[in-house]
Design a protein around this ligand. Structure first.
Ligand SMILES: [Zn+2]
Length: 253
């Protein structure tokens, strides 16, 4: 299985438009962060988790030529706003499968009404097939995918475990019985916004405490704000099995 971090930034991305914060002005490519998403490939299958406003650029950066589906964590714009840009895949492959909680599917239908139009649909519009995710395992490309339920303040969010790999973003609270489902995972990705507390995201300490409960071999932090600091400086302060993810980082397992 190959994982590509397509984006590792929080909702505004880094640099933030118009910001003169030193991290936003950094020339280190590891301090440039598109909105959060990962590409997951195994055998001949290619899936993305989330489809934010940087989706087009991310598909170009990853030289992605086919897409077997999009798995959504939740409906916030930084995770969904790029849905229209599935068109090149749709023109080649037909309807693109999307996997999401039924509340998220409803939000996509409201926001991208023309994609879901059944009568007199605009010829240039993309199409999708929808697949509801409940909090129970489902199969994708021969792999058992285990949803991990969590809360993003008051909003339900799904993380996902694919065999030895798990990806959780936009988590603030996760019940112990959900954490149990992560036991034995080799690589865990989890959100860490900044050092200061935030109402709907783990801060760095909360992310590290979460990693300590799961005890993966390696953990990667994502959904990062410029306020967390420079990549290279933050990395030096992390435990030896914890890494700050950065855009275009690839891992295989
Ligand atoms: Zn987000």
């Amino acid at each position: 299985m190959k994982i590509t971090f397509l984006g590792t930034g929080t909702s505004q991305g880094i640099p933030v438009i118009g910001s003169s914060h030193p991290v936003c002005l950094s020339s280190n490519p590891k301090d440039k962060r598109l909105r959060v998403s990962v590409l997951i490939e195994w055998d001949n299958y290619v899936y993305v988790i989330d489809c934010g406003p940087d989706f087009r650029q991310q598909m170009l950066n990853a030289k992605c030529t086919k897409l077997d589906g999009i798995i959504f964590t939740h409906e916030h714009a930084d995770h969904t706003a790029g849905l229209d840009d599935i068109r090149p895949f749709y023109f080649k492959q037909g309807d693109i499968p999307v996997y999401a909680h039924k509340r998220v599917i409803k939000a996509l239908e409201d926001r991208f009404e023309y994609i879901f139009e059944t009568e007199n649909k605009y010829a240039g519009a993309p199409g999708v097939t929808t697949h509801q995710i409940e909090n129970k395992p489902f199969t994708l490309g021969g792999i058992n995918v285990i949803p991990i339920n969590g809360m993003h303040y008051k909003l339900q969010v799904f993380g996902f475990r694919f065999n030895d790999f798990a990806y959780l973003t936009d988590m603030k609270t996760v019940e112990d019985k959900e954490i149990e489902k992560l036991k034995g995972v080799k690589v865990l990705v989890v959100n860490a916004l900044r050092e200061e507390q935030h109402v709907s995201h783990f801060n760095l300490d909360e992310a590290l405490a979460f990693i300590d409960k799961v005890k993966p071999e390696k953990a990667y932090l994502t959904h990062i704000s410029h306020l967390l600091g420079f990549h290279d400086e933050v990395q030096q302060r992390l435990p030896k099995n914890v890494f700050l993810a950065y855009d275009n980082l690839q891992i295989t397992l």
